[in-house]
Write a protein that binds this ligand. Sequence first.
Ligand code: 13P
Length: 285
Amino acid sequence: MPITPFKVILKDAFDKRYGVGAFNIVNDLTLEAVLQAAEAAQSPVIVQTSVKTVKQIGLDVLYTMWFEMARKTTVPVCLHLDHCPDRAVISACLARGWDSVLFDASALPYQENRRQCIEVVAEAKQYGAGVEGEIEGIKGVEDGIGSDTESARQTLEVSLDFIRATGIDCFAPAIGNAHGVYKETPKLDAQRVTDIVSVQPLPMALHGGTGLTNEQFQDLIARGCSKVNISTALKITYMQSNLAFLREAEAKNKWDPPSLFKHVNQAVREMVTGYLEIFGSVGKA
Ligand code: 13P
């Protein structure tokens, strides 16, 4: 079962209360490493692309890379577009084959976000694709999208209204989480997840995964956070493993690109495997 609908991947995780890692890849090497780690762990996985990565690599090249690698996997995988406020990019990715999108209209007034999200869900349905929605900006700027100030949290009634009216497949509530590196372990409003899920049993997305403790991950996954986003940790692992290898290459005056790629691939795979173990998705494929 290789490329699998977003909704199907998340339903199994939600029902069995494990988390599916959603990793933001930045190029072919990191894409391959994420898929290899998931395959080796027999774990489902979500590959995410930021709008910046889509624009940098280009829609067709990125999708072709994804499709050629993903079709050979034996574990459930899907391609998701992370935080996207731009309807034109959403439409282009859906038409090209992305399996799901996060329509990020959190900067718009609530009613307008709700109205447009209903349209995005209808558009995605035409392709059999899924939608993640949000009504508050997650703190922190990620690949040029977001804000450093936390937006006010909406009430439970508003959250439930949004989920019911839009028909989204996954909801990303702000619970004190943030993108990027936390200065200290954040205090999370885990109860908000329980409050929403107990009335509206829908998979929740946990953003800002990098820097949370194993206990926080496991508690939130048990409450219904079935999609767990990791971006910053992948970027750090990617950059630091390149740096370490290049420093050694310089010291030895030995310059062999394939050896560098192998070294970085291993570091990213190990990082991903570690998260799959924490999220409890190993062997769930
Ligand atoms: P981190 O960058 O904190 O890992 O968060 C990732 C994320 O939520 C992507 O949307």
